[in-house]
Design a protein around this ligand. Structure first.
Ligand code: SAH
Length: 243
């Protein structure tokens, strides 16, 4: 087996701190704003000259969190309830022979941060710390195929879960000023029902937790309804200076 090695251009700063709750594809939650931090020698302003005229970018990245878990020829797409197998190349599963991901994201501008060059991105589906291997502009004339067949993933996943907030959770969202869209972001994440398929079949009320940005969010699920019970700030979490 032959191998190649690739350069890591930089790392992603993402509100998604764990795989759980990340949407299945980019573009589903516009409020998922992140940054790609390019490090020297890839942080030269020249490297992105002309990029401002594009609204979207393709990112090629490593599924770093699951890269050492290997791959299998057949996977169970969550879309099919987790009980049907498809060939890995017929899916966007993370457990691939080369753990490489591909996402089209909104490009929101760039700025310098000392020796680093930062690209602002919207609608991401990337875990915090994701290593980026390539960036290419999205070309609508070549990359968009509105009449293409989407196979067993022909439409965006349903978002018919409902969401409510406890008065405390709502007050928390309004009191913090750093992320004006926090409440809407949480709502959209929960509307797409991030639970694994086997949990969805359970009938009793269940409690869940996730971290978005520096906040821990707790909610309960009762049939098709999510109720956000509590949000608290994670204090003293190690901030990731590597990216
Ligand atoms: N748009 C990409 C990703 C699809 S899989 C592609 O088609 O290649 C989507 C899942 O990737 C998300 O639900 C998230 O859990 C997972 N993911 C995102 N970043 C990851 C990372 N760095 N390592 C492992 N899994 C990751």
């Amino acid at each position: 087996m032959s191998e190649i090695s690739l350069h890591i251009l930089g790392y992603v700063r993402s509100p998604y701190k764990q795989k759980f709750a990340i949407p299945r594809q980019p573009g589903l939650i516009a409020e998922a704003i992140g940054e790609l931090v390019l490090h020297p020698p890839f942080a030269d302003d020249a490297i992105i000259r002309g990029i401002d005229s594009f609204s979207h970018l393709w990112l090629v990245f490593q599924f770093h969190e699951t890269a050492d878990k290997g791959w299998s020829p057949l996977v169970r797409p969550p879309r099919l309830g987790g009980n049907q197998k498809k060939g890995v190349f017929a899916t966007r599963a993370t457990f691939r022979p080369n753990p490489i991901g591909l996402s089209v994201v909104k490009f929101l501008g760039s700025y310098r941060e000392g020796e680093k060059l930062v690209l602002k991105l919207g609608g991401i589906d990337l875990l915090d710390g994701t290593p980026i291997l390539d960036i290419k502009p999205y070309l609508p004339y070549a990359d968009s195929h509105p009449k293409a067949d989407g196979g067993f993933a022909d439409a965006a996943p349903s978002t018919d879960m409902t969401v409510s907030f406890s008065p405390e959770a709502l007050a928390f969202c309004q009191a913090q000023r750093k992320y004006p869209e926090l409440q809407q972001f949480i709502e959209k994440v929960l509307r797409q029902d991030p639970r694994p398929p086997y949990k969805k079949q359970k009938e009793e009320r269940q409690s869940y937790g996730m971290t978005l940005y520096e906040f821990n969010i707790k909610w309960t699920v009762d049939e098709n309804h999510n109720h956000v019970t509590r949000i608290c700030e994670l204090i003293g979490e190690p901030s990731d200076d590597s990216n």
